[in-house]
Design a protein around this ligand. Structure first.
Ligand code: NAI
Length: 353
């Protein structure tokens, strides 16, 4: 079933997914194809009901439109959300069925991995459609795990923001990282290599111990890390960690990390600004992974992917300049610039009514 929810600003197209035999139950939301095919990962997660999955897909798809627009990618925004089947299930069968659904959108949606999905799942999707990235890396081509690219982009953004807010290089800073998973661990290694002091936290005690030994980091508890005595806080675990309570407790002067949707509400972005804490908007600094996905799908050379990820610091600078010039908090400036980029694309390529 293809359901047009709104022709324009809210979401372009929604495909409800149901294949009982394959255990497929979910939704693909294509928020915008104004700048190119709607690109965004496929999340496999526990949702209470279809309405919850639908709401998450629409929210995440809009976020992808903004992230891709600000990264300067020729891509729109979309997202797939699948409800995780209860008990054991055949992943290959599930993701081949999902691939057939992606194929029906004929390139208006490009998928990749996200929370709960991985390279093997995308290989199963690729049996049914070519509109998929995040496949096993082939010699001399972008691909594979996007996390190292995400970490490098966050690192470049953090270096810019540290100079701007603290007047210091990262070698003179202490950085507290919440979550040392795929991205957080790679970020910790980059920061250690640059001479930064580190405080790390993770609910996985073995993981955090390993990273601490490798990088000489101090270990904090998962909650205390948000209020750690650090110059920079890097949320690299969950969304929604910046709320009224945590913002009041933060000691760092700069927040710059990979986690998606760090602000519990937009008001928390204003709270950070009022406290004089510089917030580097999450989707501006964590676009390295989707840049790698774009490079894989669009056939760029690896060096082009690296250059675009390296420019994350410059893109953050443009957002912060806009915020200062217009008296906006950084999250509001990022949203305004992303909407303007999509609107400019709509003028260049009018969509048929
Ligand atoms: P991951 O699942 O590999 O790592 C997350 C880590 O956070 C895990 O080690 C987990 O144990 C830990 N964690 C969970 N809850 C925690 C808590 N309350 N306190 C401390 N640690 C906790 O995920 P990954 O790929 O490293 O992603 C991290 C964040 O960055 C996520 O929010 C993700 O959506 C976002 N992101 C990731 C990208 C990528 O390329 N992997 C791209 C853009 C955003």
């Amino acid at each position: 079933m293809v359901l047009q929810v709104q022709g324009d600003s809210l979401v372009e197209e929604v495909l409800m997914l149901k294949d009982v035999e394959a255990g497929l139950d979910g939704v693909i939301a294509v928020h915008s194809t104004v700048l190119g095919p709607g690109a965004g990962g496929c999340r496999l997660w526990h949702y209470a009901d279809s309405e919850a999955a639908f709401a998450d897909a629409v929210r995440l798809a809009e976020g992808m439109s903004y992230k891709n627009a600000l990264a300067g990618l020729p891509l729109g925004g979309a997202k797939a959300v699948l409800r995780r089947p209860a008990g054991d299930f055949d992943r290959g069968k599930l993701f081949r069925a999902f691939g057939r659904a992606v194929a029906r959108l004929e390139g208006r949606y490009v998928t990749a991995e996200d929370v709960g999905t991985g390279v093997a799942d995308m290989e199963a999707v690729a049996e049914a459609t070519r509109h998929v990235a995040g496949l096993a890396q082939r010699e001399g081509r972008p691909g594979g795990d996007p996390s190292p690219h995400t970490a490098f982009g966050v690192f470049m953004a953090m270096a810019h923001a540290a100079r701007r807010r603290l007047g210091r290089e990262l070698s003179e800073c202490t950085v507290a990282i919440q979550g040392v998973g795929h991205v957080g661990e790679a970020l910790a290694q980059l920061l250690h290599g640059a001479g930064a002091r580190l405080i790390v936290a993770d609910v996985d005690s073995q993981r955090v111990a390993r990273v601490a030994v490798a990088t000489g980091a101090e270990v904090a508890s998962s909650t205390q890390v948000l209020a750690a005595r650090a110059d920079i806080l890097a949320p690299c675990a969950l969304g929604g960690v910046l709320n009224a309570e945590s913002v009041a407790a933060i000691r760092a002067q700069l927040v710059c990390g990979a986690a998606n949707n760090q602000l519990a509400t937009p008001a928390d972005g204003d709270r950070l600004a009022r406290r004089g804490i510089l917030y580097a908007p999450d989707y501006v600094v964590n676009a390295g992974g989707i840049i790698n996905v774009a490079g894989e799908y669009l056939g760029w050379a690896p060096h082009e992917v690296s250059q675009r990820v390296e420019a994350t610091g410059k893109r953050l600078a443009a957002v912060l300049d806009h915020a200062e010039a217009h008296g906006l908090a950084p999250h509001a400036a990022a949203n305004a610039l992303a909407r303007a980029a999509i609107a400019a694309g709509r003028v260049r390529t009018p969509v048929a009514a």
